[in-house]
Design a protein around this ligand. Structure first.
Ligand code: ADP
Ligand code: MG
Length: 697
């Protein structure tokens, strides 16, 4: 591919296309809709729709869809063709403003957590003009929000947009106090680094656990795992390289700025990082990226695994949510800046994030909670379930001196008075870059690293935006009424650092000492999804969501129900898959192998005492014993799953799956994994970890 600039965004109805195909006044009205959240009248919408359709048809599109992000699954779409019949039997391609602005998908199959009573099963989709329409597989995709008829959000985009409005409003209040009159909007920005596994399709097809659950439920450790770490530094294999090239091209066409790509620590694991953009767009693009990754992998005879933990004992996949706050005039508010005035402003925003993360640790933990991610957090590969912030030595020292009102005597001298001198810049790639921290300051942004690879970034960013908006609103309340801005600012920062410094930790987050230390600091350690989720509906968090209009009360509770239900459902499906595999294939392997051993034994014995039978006797004993355990553990898991039906309350049910069903799953797995190491490969029904992880060359 040698003409990237002309390929880039060629399938996107972006700003430059709009400018060239829309009448000037319509283009301007549309821009206003985006920048000021103004309504677009139907007449203008009709013109935009017609232009969009003409552009799309010219690119070969025949259909359109409202593309949205329901509360579970990746994305949803329902395709309608542009075709409209004429009286004379011919057709024309049509697309109206009404069709652009609003859609009515059959919503009954999407989870609503009780929001959509059955008597009004329909929801509607509403165009989000702040995210560009694009063409995918001959279909014009229109990014939309998805709501019930009472206006309650049934998707991830609606609350995300609300949270962006909340932080916009509060950050602007603060900026005005610093004399900034030029910025008219404050946006958050996100760059989501995406990890994934690539395995051979033929291997995948032979593993019901991968097919049904996205992760292996059985599998003994391979002789060679990731201990050599040679994969990370190794050259990219030809098949993977071809995939990556193809993926880049597809993403570029869709205007996704895929930038860096490399191997990850585990065999068959890789990473893709895009260039950051506005949170709303970055969220849509990450969803799109995951979808395209899967599609391109299939084309190359491979499967892209986005599960957080496809293989036990091998690193799982995460997603790093790089996040910052910036003005529409291009100023990054988490960049220290070059003047004392800017430094003071930076320190205030930094302090706001620190206070927010400390006060709402629980919500950040909730925002990354899922059955899959439970296998990662705290497993010495991903940050632990304890939320803390890494700032680096220098910035930590500076904050300490600010708090104590003393002179900072590190490498550079900073007076105690905020806003009096220039702060040093904090290098992005400092040697003290800490990879174990769940929430790390990296020069001019924060990197939230607890996300699982399959998660939509919408959830974590809704929380980040909302909690920082809340602290900023309190800061603005204080500063707006202060008689002396400078004094009040100093006092506010000092007090907040004092109150929230317990959340700052620059050490090794993987160590056992940190777990103990965090406990003594009073930090939360919400190990599992079931421990974390109830915090979502805690009164302080409900107040936050209501105050900033991010979720209504019923939206909070419906989401809570859906999350619990999803958790229980995931484990339920995994348990059934394990039972199925154990009964249908593992048992058969055990019997076949025993038959071979027993036959050998009896033939040898019939020949008299001349032959030693130690091997077949010992093996037969071992396999028989394990076979008995297999039968028992499988039965125990079946009984546990059956009893789950009796648990009616959703939190109790999730807890039951976590405690009882999951424990039974682990016991069954231990037996099967041991059998795999004992039984002849010829009789084993499934590709092993080694075969899967080294399947792509
Ligand atoms: P690297 O990790 O290779 O050093 P960076 O840390 O600069 O690169 O970037 C990692 C990710 O962070 C990229 O996706 C990048 O686009 C994103 N990023 C950089 N700056 C910002 C920002 N201001 N806001 C959000 N994301 C950002
Ligand atoms: Mg990074």
């Amino acid at each position: 591919m040698n003409d990237i600039p002309s390929v880039f965004g060629s399938m996107v109805f972006n700003d430059s296309v709009m400018r060239s195909v829309l009448p000037k006044d319509v283009y301007k009205a549309l821009r206003r809709t985006v920048s000021e959240g103004k309504h677009l009248d139907l007449e203008a919408a009709n013109i935009v729709a017609a232009a969009m359709k003409n552009w799309a048809v010219e690119k070969g599109a025949t259909h359109f869809t409202h593309w949205f992000q329901p509360m579970t699954g990746i994305t949803a779409e329902k395709h309608d063709s542009f075709i409209a019949p004429l009286d004379d039997g011919r057709v024309i391609m049509e697309f109206s403003g009404k069709e652009l602005v609003k859609g009515e998908p059959d919503a009954s199959s999407f989870p609503s957590g009780g929001l959509r009573a059955t008597f009004e099963a329909r929801g509607y989709t509403a165009w989000d003009p702040s995210s560009y329409a694009f063409i995918k597989d001959g279909t014009l995709c229109i990014p939309t929000a998805f709501c019930s008829y009472n206006g309650e959000a049934l998707d991830k985009k609606t609350p995300l947009l609300r949270s962006m409005q909340a932080i916009d409003k509060q950050a602007l209040r603060v900026l005005r106090l610093f004399g900034n009159t030029s910025a008219s909007r404050v946006l958050t920005t996100v760059g989501a680094e995406q990890e994934y596994f690539l395995i051979d399709k033929a291997m995948y097809d032979k593993r019901p656990d991968l097919v049904y659950c996205g992760r292996t439920l059985y599998g003994a450790r391979p002789p060679k795992g990731q201990e050599m770490e040679d994969h990370y530094f190794g050259v990219i294999k030809p098949r993977v390289s071809a995939f990556m090239k193809d993926l880049d091209t597809e993403l570029w066409k869709l205007g996704v700025l895929a930038k860096t790509k490399h191997n990850e620590v585990a065999p068959a694991q890789h990473e893709l990082a895009p260039v950051f953009t506005t949170t709303n767009l970055a969220t849509d693009q990450n969803q799109l990226m995951m979808e395209i990754m899967k599609k391109v992998a299939e084309k190359h005879g491979m499967v892209c695994l986005l599960h957080e933990k496809p293989f036990a004992g091998v690193n799982g996949s995460g997603k790093h949510n790089n996040w910052s706050i910036s003005t529409d005039t291009g100023e990054n508010l988490l960049d220290p800046g070059d003047t004392p005035e800017k430094n003071a402003q930076f320190l205030l925003f930094l302090t706001a994030v620190i206070a927010a993360v400390d006060e709402y640790q629980d919500l950040l933990r909730v925002s990354v909670a899922s059955a899959g991610n439970d296998h990662r957090l705290g497993a010495n590969e991903a940050p632990p379930a304890i939320v803390s912030i890494f700032l680096g030595e220098e910035l930590t020292e500076i904050l300490k001196s600010v708090e104590q009102g003393v002179l900072y005597t590190g490498k550079k001298r900073v007076p105690m008075e905020i806003g009096a001198t220039v702060l040093p810049h904090f290098p992005k790639d400092a040697t003290d870059r800490n990879r174990t921290s769940p929430f790390a300051f990296t020069g001019n942004k924060f990197e939230f690293r607890m996300l699982g690879s399959g998660l939509s970034v919408a959830g974590p960013n809704i929380i980040l935006n909302a909690i920082v908006a809340e602290v900023l609103s309190r800061f603005a309340d204080t500063l707006e009424t202060a008689p002396n801005f400078g004094e009040a600012l100093n006092d506010l920062i000092r007090r907040n650092i004092g109150e929230h410094k317990r959340i700052i930790f620059n050490g090794n987050n993987y160590s056992d000492e940190w777990v103990r230390e965090a406990e003594s600091r009073g930090l939360l350690n919400l190990r599992t999804t079931v421990d974390a989720l109830p915090h979502f509906i805690a009164p302080k968090n409900e107040q936050l969501f209501l105050k900033h209009k991010v979720f209504s009360k019923s939206e909070i509770h419906s989401r809570y129900e859906i999350l619990l239900e999803n958790y229980a459902k995931s484990l339920h499906i995994e348990a059934l898959t394990m039972i199925d595999m154990a009964k249908k294939e593992v048992s058969a392997s055990v019997l076949e192998y025993q038959k071979l051993l027993a036959k050998t034994l009896s033939v040898k014995k019939s020949l008299g005492d001349a032959f030693d039978t130690t091997l077949e006797t010992k093996l037969l004993e071992k396999v028989s014993g394990l076979g008995k355990s297999l039968y028992e553990k499988c039965g125990a898991l079946e009984a546990a799953v059956l009893k789950a039906k009796d648990v009616k309350d959703s939190l109790e049910s999730a807890g039951y799956y976590r405690e009882t069903v999951y424990a039974a799953m682990c016991e069954l797995r231990a037996v099967v994994d041991e059998l795999e190491t004992v039984i002849s490969a010829k009789y084993w029904a499934y590709p092993t970890y080694g075969e899967i992880l080294y399947s792509v060359r």
